[in-house]
Write a protein that binds this ligand. Structure first.
Ligand code: TYM
Length: 336
């Protein structure tokens, strides 16, 4: 059976973009009888931002509770923390030895950090740690160690999955006689439905831009944040372009298709103000997310069943990882 795998970095609470780009499509895949699913929390990836220890622990809990509240069934999906699978870190080293430095130079997270430094007139590598540089190799190890075929991710992670496929290819080219790594493929939501979700400043919604709307805010706070999404100053009665509106783009991900089509028509006709649209969005989000929030609150509380679920998932994931790593170790010759 084909294996679907994805991860989320606990560098903040999960937000609407994570839900639309990764959680919802991944859960859809997991419900399909054709796939085994392995979803995890990429806690070591979050360390590139050198967060406080307490934050990592809290955010890991928050991401884990989110997946389960959103419908992940731990009986069907192997659900675990990256840090519970230390084999990943050994594989990362072996993979870095078949990964060209040039490939890492082109990875977009690193390139973006460098470009920002250059634009600010600073040393190009200022503040960039080796973790950020090697980030894609660790991600490749996450994917390859679990034999994943499909990786459901948002558009911003597509390049990373392509790098993982490249790295698998290099490994197979060099050591494929001894062990072949499965070459993964990204599953990205189609443009029309899975557009990168914009955040509170109109840029991509992202934990690193601090412009995100957390998934499980209390209703009143959610409404307050929705009001902060920027809009232009088109008067109420004037026709509006739905596609250039962050509010509409978010609505399009959460409302029923006929509601989206109707809202589009009303905006294009004029007479609907941005304030009205924001109220509609807050209501739609409440209808969609409200019921999951109660379950989330239960799970995120200390002493919930979350710890046992993750511990069990970690054991199963580790067995799989140990199998792959054994094959790899033999193929490269460090184990006979
Ligand atoms: P992360 O934690 O930044 O994001 C988790 C998932 O959410 C998607 N996403 C979005 N989708 C649509 N619109 C947005 N504004 C938006 N923001 C985030 C991301 O594309 C991602 O799918 N490197 C990964 C974590 C990771 C991983 C892996 C993923 C580590 N190892 C192995 C897959 C396989 C990351 O930082 O995602």
């Amino acid at each position: 059976r084909k294996i679907a795998l994805t991860g989320i970095k606990p560098s903040g609470e999960p937000h609407l973009g994570n839900f639309v780009g990764a959680i919802r499509p991944a859960l859809e895949l997991a419900r399909t009888a054709d796939f085994d699913s392995r979803y995890f929390i990429a806690d070591h990836h979050a360390l590139t931002g050198t967060p406080a220890a307490g934050d990592i622990a809290a955010w890991t809990r928050s991401v884990a509770a989110t997946w389960i509240a959103a419908g992940l069934d731990p009986e069907r999906t192997v659900f675990y923390k990256q840090s519970d699978v230390p084999e990943t870190f050994e594989l990362t080293w072996i993979l870095s030895c078949v990964t060209g430095k040039g490939l890492m130079n082109r990875a977009h997270a690193y390139k973006a950090a460098r470009d920002r430094n250059v634009a600010a007139g600073e040393d190009p590598d200022a503040g960039i740690n080796m973790g950020l540089y090697e980030y894609p190799v660790l991600m490749a190890a996450d994917i390859l160690i679990m034999d994943a075929d499909l990786v459901p991710v948002g558009r911003d992670q597509l390049q990373h999955v392509e790098i993982a496929a490249d790295v698998a290819g290099s490994f197979n080219h060099r050591y494929g006689e001894g062990h072949r790594l499965r070459v993964p493929e990204a599953v990205v939501p189609p443009e029309t439905t899975g557009h990168t979700l914009p955040g509170l400043d109109g840029r991509k919604m992202s934990k690193s831009y601090d412009n995100y709307i957390p998934l499980f805010l209390p209703a009143a706070k959610l409404k307050k944040l929705v009001r902060r999404i920027p809009t232009d100053s088109t008067p109420v009665e004037a026709p509006k372009d739905p596609d250039s509106s962050a509010v509409f783009q978010i609505l399009a991900q959460f409302a029923e298709p006929d509601v989206v089509a109707d809202t589009r028509k009303r905006l294009e006709a004029g007479g609907v103000g941005w304030g009205d649209l924001k109220n509609q969005l807050a209501d739609v989000l409440e209808v969609q997310l409200g019921p999951m929030r109660a379950r989330y609150d239960e799970l995120v509380a200390p002493g919930s069943e979350l710890d046992a679920i993750l511990a069990r998932g970690g054991e199963i994931a580790r067995e799989q990882a140990a199998r792959t790593l054994r094959g790899v170790r033999r193929a490269v010759g460090v184990e006979v």
